[in-house]
Design a protein around this ligand. Structure first.
Ligand SMILES: [Zn+2]
Length: 191
């Protein structure tokens, strides 16, 4: 699957919407991505997972870990294809942690897998947990890299879809200035 094919899957499943959006940050943008719309289809989860699994198959990874909630499904699929354990980290009182008896073994190599990388914050928190537990963060995989390939994790990184998405402070929003596209807040109106 190449980048254009990945984008077409996002568009046909409604995971990539174009218009005029108000993000939780308060900024406006001309497109909105909802990875769950794509990953609800196991055949697409399989295809995106294969891009990541193929890239890391010879790296000696013995477990995959994803940040909850968004990373769980794709991390599990990548683990399934690699034939290794699937873990997830979740927030407890705002702090990313591993719960439910899941464990990282000292010295084992983990692949961190996320659905959408925007700032990379959650991924970096999971990398920190891996290291605190004496594991090795061997790489990062994502379905979508929204930074256009500029994000740096300090380890090998593979995204199935790389995009540079624009966002603007409301007072500088060119779509507002155009004036004819209504502003939509994602999460309402079933998107
Ligand atoms: Zn606007």
């Amino acid at each position: 699957m190449n980048n254009e094919q990945a984008l077409q899957i996002f568009k046909k499943t409604g995971g990539y919407l174009e218009g005029h959006f108000l993000f939780t940050s308060g900024r406006h943008g001309d497109c909105y991505m909802q990875c769950a719309k794509v990953l609800q289809y196991p055949e697409y989860t399989f295809q995106f997972g294969a891009v990541i699994a193929e890239y890391f198959k010879d790296k000696g990874v013995s477990a995959v870990i994803g940040p909850a909630v968004g990373g769980i499904v794709i991390a599990y699929e990548v683990a399934r294809q690699l034939g290794v354990r699937a873990l997830f980290a979740e927030r407890e009182n705002g702090i990313m942690t591993i719960r439910r008896g899941l464990e990282i073994n000292p010295g084992e190599k983990l692949l961190i897998v996320e659905d959408v990388v925007t700032t990379g914050g959650s991924v970096k928190e999971v990398m920190e947990i891996v290291r605190e537990n004496k594991g090795i963060a061997a790489g990062v995989g994502a379905v979508v890299d929204r930074t256009g390939g500029t994000i740096e994790f300090g380890v090998p990184f593979k995204a199935a879809l790389t995009l540079k998405l624009n966002s603007y402070p409301p007072e500088q929003c060119p779509i507002c200035k155009g004036g004819d596209i209504p502003l939509i807040k994602p999460g309402s109106r079933n998107i």
